[in-house]
Ligand binder design. Structure first.
Ligand code: NAD
Length: 547
C-alpha cells in the first residue's frame, strides 16, 4: 500500500506529461489525514439531515486504503424531514428577484476559485483521482456558476408570445420553479455532478434535497458550506446520505422533479418511479464513447488528445473514450505515438499536481476493469500497454491499458468499463467508422479528429451522441456551458447546461389576457356567422404570415 506522501511513479519513464501538460516533478508531502482532518469531517457531517443517533458508515481513501471518514446515514424518515425543511425555505427564496439569486452564484464563483485547494484535497481524498483531474471539476463548476450567474435572468424572464387573436389576446410565457428538486449524484465527479448541476436549480428558485454517493459526500457538503457562505439560505440545500436502493427511492418519492446522474440500470429505475408519480426527471447516464481518427488527422495531436480522452480520472468519466476508431492508413503511426504516450503516464497518489493519472475509486471499479481486460485477453485480444493492477502504488491503481483485437463477444467491446481501458479498431471508410461509432445503444459523447474542420463537423452531425468534440476529447463540448450536454438513447434523457439545463427545473406557465371581445359568438353574431368571421380571420392571418 503506498503512502500518500509518495511521489507519483511513472509506469515507464518520467518527463514531460504525455497528455501534453505539466512537466514538473510530481510530489505531495501531505497525507489524507492531514488534508482532511477529523475536525473537518465532523463539521461537514453536521450538514447531513440525519436523526440524533444515526448509524455511521465508514469511507476509505482510495489512494491508500486508509480510513477517511465516518458519515451519518439518513433514514427514509429523515428524507421526509429534509423535504419539509427544503419546502419551507423554498417559498421565500423563490420570491426574491432572479438577480438576487444570481448574485449568490457569482459570489460562489469567486469563493470557489479562491479556496479551490480545499476542494481539490477533498476530491482527491474521496475519489483517488489525480489533482489535474480534480481541477477539471473546479473549472466546470466555476464555468457553470458564471454562466448561470450572468444568464439566468435572460433564461427565466417572461416572454411575450403571439396571442390566440392578434391585439385582442395578450400572452406571456413565464417560468415558475418546480419546487423541491430531488438530486441523486454518483461518486465520480463529486463537485461538478453535485453543486455544478444544482446551481441552475437554485437560481431558478428551487430548493434541493440531494443524495450524493456516500463515498464522496464530503465534497458536496463542503460545496454546500461555500454556497451558504455566498448567501444561499442554509435550509435550501438538504443533504441526505445512505444506501442507494433505500434512500434514492425515498428522494424520488417526495421530489417535484428528479435530476439523476449515474448508471443506466439505476436510471431506468429512477425514471419508472418518477413516471409513476407523474414528475419529470432528467437522467445523465452511462456511455461507450468513440473517438474517430480520420485519415487526415494530425496524428500527434490526436494521440495526445486520446490520452486525455481515455485516462482522465482513470477513465471513470462518463464522457471518456473507450473505443478508438482509427483510419487504417494512419493506424500504425497513431498507435505508436498513443501507446508510447500512454506508457509514459505517471501514476501517482500525491495531494499535489504532477501525476497524470490517479487511482480507481473502489475494489468494485478495479474488479470490473480487471475482468474486462482478463476476459478479452483470454478470448484473443492483445494488450498493447498496461493490463495490470498496481497494488504497489495503492489498493485500486490500474495501469492505463490499450487493447487491440477486441471482438464483439468480449464484454469490453460493448459494455461500459468505467476504467482506464480503451480498445482500438481500424476502419477503411468514413461510412464504416460512423456506423461502428453508432453501433451501441448508448449515445453520450464522441470525438472526431481531422485537419478539415468542415469535414469534422459533417461527420459529427452523423454521430448519434448528445455531444461531439472535433479535435478535442470531451472538454470542448462539456466546457461550452451555454450549450446543452447530455445523452441520446441509453445515455439518458434531458440535458444539463444552456437553456435546457435551467428550464428543466421550471414549469412553463402561460398567462393569456383577453381584451375587448371574448373568443365566442358576440356582438350579435350567431354561431354560424361567428365561424365564418373566424374562418376569414384565419385565412387572413396565414396570408399575412402570422406564426
Ligand atoms: P449508480 O447508478 O450505481 O449510482 C448513482 C447514484 O444513485 C448513487 O448516489 C447511488 O447511491 C444512487 N442509487 C443507487 N441505487 C438507487 C436506486 N435504486 N434508486 C435511486 N438511487 C439509487 O452509478 P455509479 O456507479 O455511482 O456511477 C457511475 C455511472 O454513472 C456510470 O455508468 C457513468 O457513466 C454514469 N455517469 C453519467 C454521467 C453523465 O453525465 N451522463 C456523469 C457521471 C457518471
Amino acid at each position: 500500500m503506498s503512502d500518500l506522501t509518495a511521489d507519483a511513479v511513472a509506469t515507464e519513464h518520467p518527463g514531460a506529461s504525455p497528455a501534453g501538460g505539466n512537466p514538473t516533478a510530481p510530489g505531495g508531502g501531505r497525507t489524507v489525514a492531514s488534508a482532511v482532518p477529523r475536525s473537518l469531517v465532523d463539521r461537514l457531517a453536521a450538514g447531513v439531515t440525519a436523526t440524533a443517533e444515526p448509524s455511521v458508515v465508514e469511507t476509505v481513501a482510495p489512494l491508500t486504503g486508509e480510513r477517511l471518514a465516518g458519515l451519518p446515514q439518513s433514514t427514509p424518515a429523515d428524507v421526509e424531514v429534509a423535504f419539509q425543511l427544503a419546502r419551507r425555505a423554498q417559498a421565500a427564496w423563490a420570491a426574491l428577484p432572479v438577480r438576487r439569486r444570481a448574485a449568490v452564484l457569482l459570489r460562489f464563483h469567486d469563493l470557489l476559485l479562491k479556496r479551490q485547494d480545499e476542494a481539490l484535497d477533498l476530491v482527491q481524498a474521496e475519489t483517488g483521482k489525480a489533482r489535474l483531474h480534480a481541477f477539471e471539476e473546479v473549472l466546470a463548476v466555476a464555468m457553470a456558476a458564471r454562466h448561470y450567474g450572468r444568464a439566468a435572468q435572460g433564461y427565466l424572464k417572461d416572454r411575450r408570445r403571439g396571442g390566440a387573436l392578434p391585439v385582442l389576446t395578450h400572452t406571456v410565457e413565464a417560468r415558475r420553479p418546480k419546487g423541491v428538486i430531488g438530486h441523486i449524484s454518483p461518486w465520480n465527479y463529486p463537485l461538478e455532478l453535485c453543486v455544478g448541476d444544482l446551481l441552475p436549480a437554485f437560481v431558478a428558485g428551487n430548493a434541493v434535497v440531494n443524495k450524493p454517493d456516500t463515498q464522496t459526500a464530503l465534497t458536496g457538503l463542503w460545496a454546500r458550506e461555500l454556497l451558504i457562505e455566498a448567501g444561499l439560505p442554509a435550509d435550501l440545500w438538504q443533504v441526505v446520505i445512505g444506501d442507494g436502493p433505500v434512500i434514492g427511492p425515498a428522494v424520488v418519492e417526495h421530489a417535484d422533479y428528479v435530476s439523476f446522474t449515474g448508471s443506466t440500470r439505476t436510471g431506468r429505475e429512477v425514471a419508472q418511479r418518477a413516471a409513476a408519480r407523474l414528475v419529470g426527471a432528467s437522467l445523465e447516464l452511462g456511455g461507450k464513447n468513440a473517438m474517430l481518427v480520420l485519415s487526415d488527422a494530425d496524428v500527434d495531436a490526436a494521440a495526445a488528445g486520446a490520452v486525455r480522452a481515455c485516462f482522465s480520472s482513470a477513465g471513470q468519466l462518463c464522457i471518456s473514450i473507450e473505443r478508438l476508431l482509427v483510419h487504417r492508413s494512419v493506424a500504425d503511426r497513431f498507435l505508436e505515438r498513443f501507446v508510447s504516450r500512454t506508457r509514459a503516464l505517471r501514476l501517482g497518489g500525491g495531494l499535489a499536481y504532477g501525476a497524470d493519472m490517479g487511482s480507481l475509486v473502489s475494489a468494485r471499479q478495479l474488479d470490473t476493469t480487471a475482468r474486462h481486460v482478463e476476459e478479452a485477453v483470454k478470448a484473443g485480444a492483445t494488450v498493447l500497454t498496461g493490463g495490470r493492477a498496481r497494488p504497489d502504488l495503492g489498493p485500486y491503481f490500474y495501469e492505463p491499458t490499450v487493447l487491440d483485437g477486441v471482438t464483439p463477444e468480449m464484454a469490453v467491446c460493448g459494455e461500459e468499463t468505467f476504467g482506464p481501458v480503451v480498445s482500438v479498431y481500424r476502419f477503411d471508410t468514413e461510412e464504416e467508422a460512423v456506423s461502428a461509432a453508432n453501433s451501441t445503444p448508448y449515445g453520450l459523447n464522441s470525438s472526431v479528429w481531422t485537419r478539415d474542420l468542415r469535414r469534422g463537423r459533417a461527420v459529427a452531425a452523423r454521430l448519434r451522441t448528445g455531444t461531439v468534440n472535433v479535435n478535442e476529447a470531451y472538454a470542448a463540448a462539456y466546457g461550452s456551458v451555454a450549450a446543452p450536454m447530455g445523452g441520446m438513447g441509453d445515455s439518458g434523457l434531458g440535458r444539463r447546461h444552456g437553456a435546457d439545463g435551467i428550464l428543466r427545473f421550471t414549469e412553463a406557465q402561460t398567462i393569456a389576457t383577453q381584451r375587448l371581445m371574448p373568443i365566442a359568438p358576440s356582438f350579435g353574431l350567431d354561431d354560424e356567422q361567428f365561424a365564418a368571421v373566424l374562418t376569414g380571420g384565419l385565412r387572413a392571418l396565414k396570408a399575412l404570415r402570422f406564426k
